[in-house]
Structure formats: C-alpha cells, structure tokens
Ligand binder design. Structure first.
Ligand SMILES: [Zn+2]
Length: 308
C-alpha cells in the first residue's frame, strides 16, 4: 500500500463496516497505514446490530492501537448515511435511523466521523489512488450492489447521503426486481450478485458470483456469455448518463466486478463511447483494492480534525 500514504498529520483509527467483515487500521502521524485487521461482522437483531458492531470495532481497535496516540476515529458505514453521521438505512445490516456517530463516540471515547462507505472509498481513490490530480470524477463500486461517489470541483456532492445511487437508476424498464422495490435497476441487472442470481435462474446451476459467471463465459457457456454481455451493456448505459450529466474527467470503476480487468474494461469503454458521443470519458480501474474504504475512513477522520 505504499502509494496510499496519507502524509503527515494526527494519528487516527479507521473502521470500514461491511455486511460480512469489519476492517480496521491505524494510520500513524507520518500517514502510514498499519496492517488491516478483519473481523467478522457480528449478527444481531436490527435494534442491537449497531451496538454489536461498535463493540467489535472497539475491541479490534484496542488490539491495533497499541502505543499509537490515536486522536480521532473515522467510520465508513453502508447504506444511506447523512451528513451528521446518522446511519439512515442499511438493507445489508438491517439498521434504520441509527445515530452512529454519537453511539461510536460514546463507545470509543474519541471524536468520531461517520461517512458512507462508498464515499469513503471514493475519496481514497480520488486522493490516493486512480483519481490523483482529478477534481471532477465519479467513483463507481460494482460489487454485491452498485453505488458511486461523486466529486465536483474537488468536493464530494452528497445531497444528504442520497447522491450517487446510480445502482437504482433504471436501465431495463420492467426488468429484474430490485431490493429498492423497483424493477430493472442497474444494481438488479449488472451487480456481481445480480449476475450470479440471473445465471442460476436461467440454468438452475448455483454460482458464487460474477467471477464464476465470467469464467463460464470464457469457456464458451452461451448463457454466461449472454448475461456477461448484458451486464456490460447495462453498466455502459448507466455510466453514459453519469458522463452526459457531469462530464467528469474520468469515471473510476472498482468493486468485485472490476477485478475482471480487460474482460470488463475493454468492452465497457467501447460501449460507453457508443452511448455517449459528446466527449469520451475515460474509465479507470480503481487502484486501492478492497482497503480503499478503510483508507477513506482515515481520511475522513483526518479531515474532520482539520476542521475542528
Ligand atoms: Zn433499485
């Protein structure tokens, strides 16, 4: 992670809360992130899940922090997170209206900044990864779900936590049902989970995710080829609207599906250029990998300290 050094500043702890794992790290005063600790996300009733998650995070941070004088904590959380650090809603964790920043501040006894996990990862990619030097950029995470972080003039555009939800833009009217209640959303068509679900629905064969579907497509499985092609097309259509509306310097694509490399990026760029002809927008693969979220949480903690 040598390219992901944050630079001199206060030592901070960072937490990235995911549906299956919580990632934690401590960034020292030179800005060097330590090892990333992964602990399974605890299962609990919806009203207890935030407490269980924060207890696990506190235990993990005690293990990690050692003698480092941590002065603040940044937390990346999934779902919708408002600008006050309220976790408004998460389908994945089952929480609603959780005052996460306040609860975490009580639990950890340090100043806490809570940001949306995709925005945190996007901020890290923009400042430390593929987007270095860019000011107008969208960072799209294509994994189990699809969401994005939008930066205009170097600042995040959040709309109170609701901006960037490109996964719930309809690209196939009347298509696959989506967790949001609509049909034909990008996320229900082209996410890694959607690809696996659609493949299994067509063939009766369970698959583990988009990597498995792509492997079958490479071997000439016609259903896998058709679904992969449809997912690439749906993504290109969705991204073409981002390109038309924002005219960004680049769109950075990360998340599990982006691991497909040229099999994704070459046809996706070609299709995007077909859909959006005004001024081609380059697609860039995310560079920080799965630790982008926790690095972004550290950046958020650093930034909040600077504002205080
Ligand atoms: Zn949806």
């Amino acid at each position: 992670m040598n390219e992901s050094v944050l630079g001199p500043g206060p030592a901070v702890a960072a937490v990235d809360i995911g549906g299956t794992a919580i990632k934690l790290t401590v960034v020292d005063s030179d800005g060097r992130p330590g090892p990333v600790l992964r602990i399974p996300t605890p299962r609990a009733e919806p009203e207890q899940v935030a407490h269980a998650v924060l207890r696990s995070a506190a235990d993990g941070l005690r293990t990690l922090a050692g003698s480092a004088a941590v002065t603040a904590v940044g937390i990346g959380a999934p779902g919708v997170v408002d600008d006050e650090g309220h976790a408004v809603f998460s389908e994945n964790l089952g929480w609603r209206d959780v005052p996460l920043a306040r609860l975490a501040g009580d639990q950890l006894a340090l100043p806490v900044t809570v940001v949306h996990d995709v925005r945190a990862a996007g901020e890290a990619e923009r400042r430390l990864g593929a987007g270095r030097g860019l000011t107008d950029v969208a960072v799209v995470a294509v994994g189990t779900g699809i969401a994005s972080a939008v930066f205009l003039g170097g600042a995040a555009h959040t709309a109170g936590g609701y901006a960037g939800e490109i996964g719930h833009a309809v690209v196939r009217p009347g298509g696959e049902p989506c967790a949001c209640g609509n049909r034909g959303c990008l996320e229900a068509t082209a996410s890694s989970a959607a690809l696996a679900r659609r493949y299994t629905a067509r063939t009766g064969t369970p698959v583990s995710g988009s990597a498995d579907v792509l492997r079958r497509a490479r071997q000439g499985d016609p259903v896998a080829v058709e679904l992969w092609d449809d997912a690439v097309d749906a993504l290109a259509l969705g991204l073409s609207h981002v390109a038309a509306l924002l005219a960004p310097e680049a769109i950075i694509v990360g998340g599990g599906l982006a691991q497909a490399g040229d099999d994704l990026f070459i046809p996706l760029q070609r299709r995007l250029n077909d859909y959006h002809r005004l001024r081609p927008v380059p697609l860039l693969p995310a560079r920080l990998g799965e630790d982008a979220g926790v690095l972004g949480a550290a950046l958020a903690a650093r930034d909040a300290g600077g504002r205080a």
